[in-house]
Design a protein around this ligand. Structure first.
Ligand code: PMP
Length: 354
């Protein structure tokens, strides 16, 4: 039986994408060759890369608006340093909403002055800071739109004239927001796009080329852009699967269609967390993530029973991150409403039994 996969990433992908991907590993489009044995310079793969880049811009509503999409390697973690390498001349502002922002800040400090504009560290990152002001003498402002570990998500974004950079690794393509408020967006593939191994970077070209330092080729967004995201051998399998997932999303009706489903899933689970007296949510209600719901059992002695029950129900990947504890249900785009229903049934069964 296929598990109800609530894993935080790598995570569930659409079943039809998995099927097409496995077929392409055997043979790509009747070519008599596998996807992973053809040249990345072949017509077939160049077409795949072009389509993946086009679809990414189209689904984010950023086509013909001065943006380009790249599929790079090194994970979102490499973007923590590529962003300052390319954009930080003097001073940058970072909003610290969790482990991943913290890691981004650490890397940026290697390149210049970092101002922590706001932080939710005082409450172990269970909320999104609000009401802060953003100085206007910064090279850019960086934030993490969704905090995978703590289960918080920005519902609106700071208004600033500065270039704004967002790490959207765990909520890209999940909700219909105005992406043009950002000048650079990056996201590791392994949540809403594909397997680990590629990172989507969407960048407004005009913000590049303004720093005085020398940038090594592999770290330079302009080099990757000039080579159409093929400066070196890309992660062909991860790019192909990402392209398939983006096609799947487009056919489903795009980001606004998936947002509706994501909202239904989140509502179903958060209602159970709030109504069931055995559970409590971790994140502040106003800041709850549509993607990662973090919650705890009020009585730790029920842990063994609950763990056994959800495992027997075919649920996978519910353990919370070690820095939060409790549980984390990740409800990425490919997770069905039905799977969330199975979890909610287990939670209410526990209430009946306890
Ligand atoms: N940012 C966020 C929000 C993440 O959730 C993750 C990984 N889960 C990362 C960055 C790091 O990504 P990677 O492992 O691809 O470097």
């Amino acid at each position: 039986m296929k598990k109800h996969n609530f894993s935080a990433g790598p995570c569930i992908l659409p079943q039809e994408v998995m099927k097409k991907a496995s077929e392409a590993v055997a043979e790509l489009d009747g070519m008599g060759l596998s996807l992973i044995e053809i040249s990345h310079r072949s017509k077939a793969f160049v077409g795949i890369m072009e389509q993946a880049r086009e679809l990414a811009l189209e689904l984010l509503g950023l086509k013909n608006k001065g943006y380009e999409a790249l599929f790079l390697q090194g994970g979102a973690s490499l973007e923590f340093l590529m962003v300052p390498y390319n954009l930080l001349e003097n001073k940058a502002g970072y909003i610290n909403t969790g482990t991943w922002s913290d890691k981004a800040i650490k890397e940026a400090k290697l390149f210049g002055t970092v101002v922590e504009i706001a932080s939710s560290k005082d409450k172990n990152y269970n909320y999104i800071p609000k009401g802060f002001s953003v100085p206007n003498d910064l090279d850019y402002l960086h934030l993490t739109s969704n905090n995978t570990i703590f289960g918080t998500q920005f519902k609106s974004f700071p208004e600033t004239k500065l270039p704004m950079v967002a790490d959207m690794s765990s909520d890209i393509f999940s909700r219909d927001i105005d992406h043009s408020q950002f000048d650079l967006i990056y996201a590791g593939a392994q949540k809403n796009m594909g397997p680990a191994g590629t990172t989507l970077v969407v960048v407004k070209k005009e913000i590049l080329g303004n720093v005085s330092r020398k940038i090594p080729s592999m770290m330079d967004y302009q080099v990757h852009l000039s080579k159409d995201s093929m400066f070196n051998t890309p992660s062909v399998f991860a790019v192909y699967v990402s392209m398939l997932t983006l096609q799947w999303l487009k056919e489903l009706g795009g980001v606004s269609a998936i947002e509706e489903i994501n909202e239904k899933k989140a509502k179903l689970l958060y209602s159970e967390i709030d109504l069931n007296p055995l559970f409590e949510g971790y994140a502040a209600k106003a800041d709850r993530s549509l993607m990662n719901a973090t919650f705890n059992l009020k009585e730790p002695k029920l842990k063994e029973t609950f763990d056994k029950m959800w495992q027997e129900a075919g649920i996978n990947g519910l353990a919370g991150h070690r820095s939060v504890g409790g549980y984390r249900a990740s409800m990425y785009n490919a997770l069905s409403l039905e799977s969330v229903g199975v979890l909610v049934d287990v939670m209410s069964d526990l209430e009946r039994k306890a």
